[in-house]
Design a protein. Structure first.
Lengths: 333, 545
């Protein structure tokens, strides 16, 4: 029987889901995520956290009808509306936010982190709300649902957009158990262990462990539960990243014997939970460069990685049936 | 109020920004990867292309490699997270092409380098070291070991042990290798420096006396140099050849066997791309390329000073003309062996030997590191069985890929050392395969702005243009043309190996591996398709609209 066979009675056919994460505000990557439903012929789109972009680019207009901006430490001077539109599009691809302002307004923000953070939240929330509306429109009339949640990089203020709009195809799965299909549930936790950047949604490993316990208390059959835990398990090869010295700003890679040091930045609690509960599958993100697959007992744990900055949607197609993973495929769209 | 000249980007505290690494460390280790110890430029070129100028030839190799290196810099900063030739070519040419080329011409052909590194370790490292120790300490057992290490059985055993030790070291954790690499780096620097010094502080007259004494102590031969030179002349070596421009150009592909590896470790884990990253990569790649070329030139100049053109040609005749009289202890007159013959200090001999032994070992590690990484990526994409991408639960390394590579290298090691034409005539001609990958990646770079437009436009290098033409297209095109010239030279120029035997067999191997890669691709595609998985999804771009 084909893994991705024709849709029919969902009791007979496996459920096919597409998982992606860490798109950090990238507009084309998110649109690809929505289109993945049709492109890969899946029943559900699961997002694993980190929706917010990382940089805010002010585009300053001057009296001469010219716009100036800085990007990649280079000066951009935009002299026509077409150049301006293309520049904004490139920012959208990178997942950056932008706003147009004059010099006075720019100076009002410059050096005031609280004002900048507020602007970030305002633009990020607006973008998320647009994304939710886009998802509702694109998936209207289909059986596909989109499961959205935040990651450690997302603020609660921005994520509140998920509670403030009316949802039909979109499911806010943030820190809750939701049904994925008639036979499987989805458990989601968007927090991560502490990072060098003191991101908005970090928790200690103990706290993550407690959250998992609390969540799983409501799951009747953990073997038919999909873990959508943003933070990967510790030292699993899904969490390998540069070790950073956070005593300087920005953090700097730790060098030993002339080479950068890599280490596991994941969560022991997540690893323990995979071992203890043996869910259907573990879906993880957070560490963009650690695409991979590993097993915890019978449970496959996966991280598709992320290349949002290049406009590439890294993801996973996972087919599940009866609490088992029938097949999986890494994608790069 | 005055206009804002250059608005600064606003960041959140949670920006993910990472301070750009000092390029110095990567610069230093890139030099190590480029194999300054490879002897072929000095051993092969002088008599294969009589009248060629080594210094000029190395300079040509540097100039030819430069645009390739620049093209790779652009590629690396456009795809910092999942870079590498497999990804570069898959993005631009498609997954089937990227898999076939890189699997065949890197993964399969670099098995040859596993065998070569064992040969280097034995013939360039262990043999000269023990021969030198035998002469300087008058301990006959050392000489016996050195002589044995240069035999085909000795090389095979050493190669297998070399590959096995590398396997264990890398499987036990990459961090262990990194610690050891630190030792290797300083050892080769000191070793290479001493070799240079020995050549620079002698002259051809003194060299003749010392090498006669050295060879006499090992082989019992009198007037070694006189006899070797006479035999070389009788065999066809011209000791006063006119300058040969084409021959000098043909030195470039040989020197390229070192310099092409400037791009092997191109990797940048930048979260947020910036111009610093591009500039640093330029320093790392181009800077280390220039430094390595400089070291190779320095060695050529030093050898010419110390042993003269006659000395260089006699040494080369042992390799290219199979002049048995020009062998010492059964081995070729490698630069480091000659240097050992210039000293009476066993300590100096040991220091030189250790450096060359360790750099030879580092090469086999590089083979494993690069190719297992490719196999893991291809396994994750479904183009190789999942087994290859599995990570050991305790060591966190792709053990299966390492083991597979070791097992696959065993027959290659035997073939390399037991089939005469394999090692003497085809071996370095096989470098065409690796060169072909880099040449095609340069082409991928040239086409990047057109075949992967959005990806290119989001990269730091997109701003740089020459008129309307992206700089990456210019570098990539030049790199492709120069690379094609050198790869073509390996394929068709008689003095560069493949064409020497006037046999179709080497070409059958070349084409055969490419066909093998294609067959693997189609088999895996079918196998996955029967399970309902489309491998094309690993590369197919989803439209955003």
């Amino acid at each position: 029987m084909g893994l991705f066979g024709k849709k029919g009675d969902l009791k007979a056919e496996p459920t096919r889901l597409f998982y992606a994460c860490d798109i950090h505000g990238s507009e084309p990557t998110y649109r690809k995520f929505l289109n993945a439903a049709k492109f890969y012929d899946v029943d559900a789109l699961v997002f694993g956290g980190d929706l917010m972009g990382k940089l805010l680019v002010p585009i300053v207009s001057d009296a001469g009808g010219v716009w100036r901006a800085g990007l990649h430490e280079q000066k951009h001077v935009l002299t026509t509306p077409k150049e301006l539109a293309e520049f904004k599009k490139s920012l959208d691809t990178l997942g950056f936010y932008w706003f147009e302002c004059d010099s006075d307004e720019y100076r009002w923000y410059e050096g005031h982190q609280d004002r900048i953070d507020q602007k970030f939240d305002e633009l990020a929330k607006a973008r998320l709300a647009e994304w939710v509306e886009l998802a509702e429109n694109r998936l209207a009339g289909t059986h596909v649902r989109v499961y959205l949640c935040g990651g450690n990089d997302d603020t609660e203020k921005v994520l509140s957009a998920l509670d403030e709009v009316s949802l039909d195809r979109v499911v806010n799965c943030e820190n809750r158990i939701v049904p994925l299909d008639d036979h499987h549930s989805l458990a989601t936790i968007g927090y991560s262990t502490p990072t060098p950047w003191d991101t908005p949604r970090e928790r200690t490993d103990e706290q993550i462990g407690e959250l998992i316990e609390k969540l799983m208390a409501d799951v009747p059959d953990p073997s038919r539960c999909i873990f959508n835990f943003h933070c990967p398990p510790l030292d699993s090869s899904l969490d390998t990243c540069l070790k950073l010295d956070a005593s300087v700003w920005p953090p700097t890679p730790v060098i030993e014997n002339g080479q950068p040091v890599y280490y596991g930045a994941g969560s022991q609690a997540v690893g323990d939970a995979l071992d203890a509960y043996q869910p259907t599958v573990g879906l993880h993100g957070h560490i963009h460069e650690s695409r991979g697959a590993t097993k915890f007992g019978r449970t496959l744990a996966l991280n598709p990685g992320s290349e949002y900055g290049e406009g590439v949607l890294r993801g996973l197609i996972v087919a599940i049936k009866g609490g088992e993973v029938i097949g999986h495929q890494f994608t790069s769209g | 109020m005055a206009e804002v000249a250059v608005p600064q980007v606003f960041t959140r505290r949670a920006s993910g920004l990472v301070r750009v690494m000092s390029p110095y460390s990567a610069f230093v280790y890139n030099i190590l990867t480029m194999g300054v110890i490879f002897p072929w430029t000095y051993l092969w070129a002088p008599t294969a292309f009589q009248g060629s100028n080594l210094v000029l030839g190395i300079a040509f190799a540097f100039l030819f490699e430069l645009p390739i290196a620049l093209a790779y810099t652009w590629l690396a900063t456009a795809l910092p997270r999942s870079g590498g030739d497999y990804v570069f070519q898959s993005r631009v040419f498609g997954g089937g092409f990227g898999f076939t080329v890189v699997f065949a011409f890197f993964v399969v052909w670099i098995l040859q380098w596993v065998a070569l590194s064992g040969w280097l370790l034995a013939a360039l490292g262990i043999a000269p070291t023990f021969l030198g120790l035998g002469v300087t300490t008058d301990v006959h057992a050392f000489t016996t070991i050195g002589t044995w290490a240069a035999t085909s059985n000795g090389i095979i055993i050493i190669s297998l042990v070399n590959a096995a030790i590398a396997l264990v070291l890398l499987v036990s954790g990459f961090r262990n290798y990194v610690r050891f690499q630190y030792v290797m780096w300083y050892a080769i620097l000191v070793s290479f420096g001493i070799v240079l010094l020995l050549f620079l502080t002698t002259n051809p007259g003194a060299f003749h006396t010392k090498i006669n004494s050295f060879a006499g102590a090992i082989d019992g031969v009198k007037n070694f140099f006189g006899q070797a030179k006479a035999a070389a002349a009788a065999g066809g070596v011209d000791f006063n050849p006119p300058f040969f421009l084409f021959g000098t150009l043909m030195v470039a592909p040989i020197a390229w066997t070192s310099l092409q590896w400037a791009t092997y470790s191109v990797e940048q884990g930048g979260e947020i791309k910036n111009a610093h990253v591009l500039r640093n990569q330029l320093f790392i790649i181009v800077g280390s390329l220039a430094a390595t070329a400089g070291l190779l030139v320095l060695l050529a100049v030093a050898m010419n000073h110390g042993i003269g053109g006659d000395g260089i040609r006699v040494a080369s005749s042992g390799y290219w003309y199979a002049n048995g009289k020009a062998l010492i202890g059964g081995g070729y007159m490698f630069p480091n062996l000659i240097a050992m013959g210039l000293t009476s200090s066993p300590i100096i001999v040991a220091i030189i030997g250790v450096g060359f032994i360790l750099n030879s070992f580092q090469i086999v590690c590089n083979c494993y590191i690069g190719c297992t990484r490719i196999m893991v990526a291809q396994g994750l994409d479904g183009l190789l069985p999942d087994w290859f991408s599995r990570v050991h639960p305790r060591w966190k390394t792709p053990v299966n890929a390492h083991i597979a590579y070791f097992v696959a290298a065993v027959p290659v090691i035997f073939g390399f050392n037991k089939i005469a034409d394999w090692s003497t005539k085809w071996a370095l001609g096989i470098t065409f395969a690796n060169g072909a990958v880099m040449t095609l990646s340069a082409l991928a770079a040239a086409l990047l702005p057109y075949r992967a437009k959005k990806l290119y436009e989001a990269s730091p290098g997109a701003k740089y243009r020459f008129g309307n033409t992206p700089m990456v297209t210019i570098f990539g095109t030049l790199g492709f043309l120069f690379g094609a010239f050198m790869v073509g030279a390996f394929l068709f120029v008689k003095g560069l190996g493949l064409a020497y035997t006037a046999s179709a067999f080497p070409y059958v191997i070349v084409i055969g591996t490419a066909v093998f890669g294609l067959i693997v691709y189609f088999i895996m595609k079918q196998v996955k398709s029967s399970k309902g998985i489309k491998v094309e999804y690993a590369f197919a771009e989803i439209p955003p609209e």
